[in-house]
Design a protein. Structure first.
Length: 204
């Protein structure tokens, strides 16, 4: 009985997010050079940090908290952001996230204006209220993702998987590119009228 208890305890500890341990050397390298491709930052608390134009290509960002961080122009292409990564309210303007692995990621309220998300895995990701104005999502996996009230004006949604995606009250424009035959109105989306759209394009 005792052996069974010990084995179960070990299994729980191994599976716990608390077991994630980032490399102090990698974190120091990122902080001093703003470049850390393929580095291990798993489980790090990087809330409200400035990583403008950072190079994080292929980095292990499992379980990282980047809420309110500034990652504008950062290169996170091919990065692993699965399992508890938090990017809520993060600034990711024109960030490179092509091919990034982001299933179940928390991106609520994030600013992804002009971001490159081509081929990104956003399965079941939380994107409600996210700014995706002019974002390139071509070929991304958005199945079962939550994009309620998201801004999809001028976004490229061609070849995107939208099975079960929540799009209620998300907004789009005439320049938003959808898959052929896709009906945004039937999914509860709203088109921005021309005169309103013209008045806010300079500051989306």
């Amino acid at each position: 009985m005792l052996l069974k208890f010990l084995l179960c305890s070990i299994a729980l500890l191994t599976a716990s997010p608390l077991a994630l341990a980032y490399s102090q050397d990698d974190l120091r390298k990122l902080e001093t050079t703003n470049r850390c491709p393929l580095c291990d930052l798993s489980g790090a608390d990087l809330t409200d940090r400035n990583f403008y134009l950072a190079d994080l290509r292929g980095a292990n960002l499992v379980g990282v908290d980047l809420s309110f961080a500034d990652l504008s122009g950062a290169d996170l292409s091919g990065a692993n952001l699965i399992r508890g990564v938090v990017l809520a309210n993060a600034k990711l303007v024109e960030a490179k996230l092509d091919g990034a692995y982001l299933p179940l990621a928390d991106l609520r309220g994030a600013d992804l204006k002009g971001a490159d998300l081509r081929g990104a895995n956003l399965y079941r990701a939380f994107l409600n209220g996210t700014n995706l104005f002019r974002a390139n999502l071509r070929g991304a996996d958005l199945r079962l993702a939550d994009l309620r009230e998201a801004d999809l004006r001028d976004a490229d949604l061609r070849e995107v998987q939208l099975d079960g995606t929540h799009l209620l009250e998300a907004i789009y424009s005439r320049a938003t590119d959808f898959n052929p035959g896709f009906d945004p109105i039937s999914r509860g989306m709203y088109a921005i009228p021309v005169k309103i759209f013209t008045g806010i394009t300079s500051n989306p």
